[in-house]
Design a protein around this ligand. Sequence first.
Ligand code: S3P
Length: 180
Amino acid sequence: MKVENIILIGFMGSGKTSAGRLLAERLHYDFKDTDDMIGVLENTTIANIFRLHGEDYFRELETNLLLSIKDSMKRTVLSTGGGMPIRERNRKLLKEMGHVVFLRASCDTIIKRVSGDTSRPILKKGNLNETVERLLAVRTPYYEEAADVIIDTDNKSIYRIVDEIIEIIKYNVYQKRKDD
Ligand code: S3P
């Protein structure tokens, strides 16, 4: 496992982007966000990609992106879209790319954080509470399977979340060196 990259996974609204930026700053790492990169490559917004081409097309773009950055990414904190770990292929790629950290948040926390948000196409259809509950139930096993580390984020500031990520990764790296 390459430990020089840290990959953040988790549901929409779990704080991947804000914690990721701060974590990168603290570690003097680069920060990258898969949604931002896809937006730049496609020269449009994620919402437009969903509207024009649908979710399957977006999922294909996510896999292609991972394949294209996998070998060159160094000392980077990568924040991923909330649906990235749904695909088995992506889970495997993420694990190969670095230390995967699942930022776990409860249904209530997520609903509070994403309500009022209009930029996420997945949340536009139907009742927000029902959608979050349903998707969270489906996706949680995938997040857990992909994760090397799980951090609970409910009621924690991003400063505390970042401190916890740094501590646990330091510990894991130390343990791994000891075992090698
Ligand atoms: C999605 C999450 C979004 C973005 C897209 C689909 C999802 O990213 O990739 O709207 O399926 O959960 P964030 O988790 O950064 O909001």
